[in-house]
Design a protein around this ligand. Sequence first.
Ligand code: G4P
Length: 526
Amino acid sequence: MSLEKEIERRKTFGIISHPDAGKTTLTEKLLLFGGAIQKAGAVKSNKIDTHARSDWMEIEKQRGISVATSVMGFEYKGTKINLLDTPGHKDFAEDTYRTLTAVDSVIMVIDCVKGVEIQTEKLMEVCRMRKTPVICFINKLDREGQDPYELLDEIENKLGIKVMPLSWPIGMGKSFRGVYSLYEKNLLLFQGSKQQLSDEVVSVEDVNDPELNDLIGESYADQLREDVELLEGVYPEFDREAYLAGDIAPVFFGSAVNNFGVRELLDCFIDVAPGPQPRETEEREILPNEKKFSGFIFKIHANMDPKHRNRIAFVRICSGIFERGKNYNHVRLEKKFRFSNVTAFMAQSKEIIDEAFPGDIVGLYDTGNLKIGDTLNEGEKGIYKGIPSFSPEMFREVINMDAMKSKQLEKGLRQLMDEGVAQLFTYEMGARKAVGTVGVLQFEVIQYRLLHEYGAKVKFVPMNLYKACWFSSDNQKKLNEFIDSKQRHIAKDKDGKLVFMAETKSWLQMVQDNFPEIEFHFTSEF
Ligand code: G4P
């Protein structure tokens, strides 16, 4: 098959949700419909068990299990689908943000009982920032949830995206009858079976057809007619371009655990979702169909065995054909590397592959040369953009407890930061080291791994910090003035970029007022 054909048939996406909305269930059902797994229960949840929430060893074990299932490739109706899983636990939110850099679109699961929840809002912010096309799946219609119109309003208001319902529920909870597809103009009748994979689909040419009364009862039929009239009045035709531009989110209703509405979602997804998109490097835009291979690393997973410090680097292929055993250029290090152990991630297994195409994710075994955000290609300069660091929310100072192990500590910290476990900021004055994370768990992870994998003993001391802000200005003189006057609060991030370590929100505000020529940023790319 030609490169063009391979690109055309690929869709790479991520599923995101607030924990418990049904992400794991939906993932599993998509794989079932895709024929990638044969029975339910095969997908390991990468959700952190309640009992393990404070036990990171257990969490790491679970994360270990979830490596194989964090990328799931499968074929459906001639389309090669790459589904990227994202951790639900909020302490691993950075992982999720980075995974979103490797997808071309997103399916967002929302619980119809709980509506839009906080984690969903945060994830949507990232999608909006990147203009990632989003499809919403409103789940658990077999439960008494919120009114569907209210849910749509909530999505528009809280997530800041226009919606376009492509299906509509008939009843809810105990009286849930099914959904009417506004996209395909047919009726899907709800059976409420966890086993059955096919639901009765009735084609409805016209909702005014009296036959509808026999199918779902008169009062539901009348309600549906009213709803459809209203919806067709309010929502114009589905505009795919607006969806692809990230301006409109098509919405589906269903019940993942009952296999209901999932096939319709998948069918529409392969119809409308974008294939591999062009991507920007620092130098230029690269198209997927360019002959030369290029890709970037968005995730690194450490091997769980401390004796072998192998890691798997996840590469998103952006252009050309990736071939096993060929020499590729590591742009940051300006060095050639050859990867002979290349893994593709299929739904339930990892397999060695010889080539991969744009949109695909491959795993490379690495001993410490690769880090998140690295670009591999066939020779040109220019690192892929769009894998920013976000300002952490918690900061602690690392104190070395064993002066003899400074080297090991340096190395350990560097490698853990390359993996994206946390962010390290080194103060310009006094070389104090601040570790920033999204959640408290990471501090335990780092402390344990430094000791067990690198033999370096550290302790963490809380720091009174609000945000790490990257900053810039067109006025070099003012920039220098700012740096001079705030020397004690300036640190370097992992790439050597200067960062202003703001202690409190109000103080940051004051500094912003005092230095109007300086722009402050909460992500490392601006
Ligand atoms: P997550 O990955 O987003 O965290 O959610 P997950 O799929 O694990 O689903 C969370 C809970 O919601 C699970 O119940 C799951 O069975 C249930 N669920 C998923 N889809 C539906 C649905 O359409 N209707 C209803 N009523 N429930 C649904 P659990 O009790 O936590 O686990 P389990 O023992 O049932 O697996």
